[in-house]
Design a protein around this ligand. Structure first.
Ligand code: 5GP
Length: 192
């Protein structure tokens, strides 16, 4: 169990549909702000060619993931589009204890679990300007086949509906720099 009273830094949860540009925004925010780190999630999803193990994700087998759950090492976890994703507790706790802001880029189910442990967590949801734009971005990154992209697009509607209920901040990623500026502004305000 996380001891709320001893936590110094802030937790910032960033969610949004696949292909909306969350990772790009978060990486840019980390580059531009001191004292902000990003959690590296575990996943059972296969690694794509451009991804680096240990940097983008820690790619693990289902057995390894189950072991982490059993050991109580995950702050939250969820099945997203048939694969498991989870946030290791240790790094998040270390960063928070040292006064850093930690960004978790996770789905809506995981966000609700993390918010339970860290009620002060700031919740940011990234929206695409239009559904058409989202589909084009998914196709553009060429990471998934057309069926997978369709499943992910369908999932986006449910996530966006849930987001209105749980997220305090909605940021539209129409212009990347503007979206990054908005996220930075939110982080700066909550850090004051
Ligand atoms: P992708 O496969 O496109 O990298 O990620 C798919 C979804 O899983 C995205 O919505 C992403 O935010 C989410 N995700 C990534 N890491 C985690 C995690 O540690 N926990 C949870 N719950 N979701 C995650």
């Amino acid at each position: 169990m996380v001891e709320r009273k001893s936590i110094k830094g802030r937790l910032v949860i960033v969610s949004g549909p696949s292909g909306v540009g969350k990772s790009t925004i978060c990486k840019e925010v980390v580059k531009r702000l001191d004292n902000v780190c990003m959690s590296v999630s575990l996943t059972t999803r296969p690694k794509s060619e451009e991804e680096i193990d240990g940097k983008d994700y820690r790619f693990v087998s289902k057995e390894q993931f189950s072991e982490q759950i059993k050991q109580g090492n995950l702050l939250e976890y969820a099945e997203v589009f048939g694969n498991l994703y989870g946030t290791p507790k240790d790094k998040v706790e270390q960063c928070l204890q040292s006064g850093k802001t930690v960004i978790l880029e996770i789905d809506v189910q995981g966000a609700r679990q993390a918010k339970h442990f860290y009620p002060d967590a700031e919740m940011i949801f990234i929206l695409p300007p239009t559904q058409k734009e989202l589909l084009e971005r998914m196709n553009g990154r060429g990471r998934e086949d057309i069926e997978t992209a369709a499943v992910r697009l369908n999932g986006a509607s449910g996530e966006i509906a849930a987001a209105w209920q749980y997220y305090k901040h909605m940021v539209i990623n129409d212009d990347l720099q503007q979206a990054v500026d908005e996220v930075i502004e939110i982080i700066k305000i909550v850090g004051e």
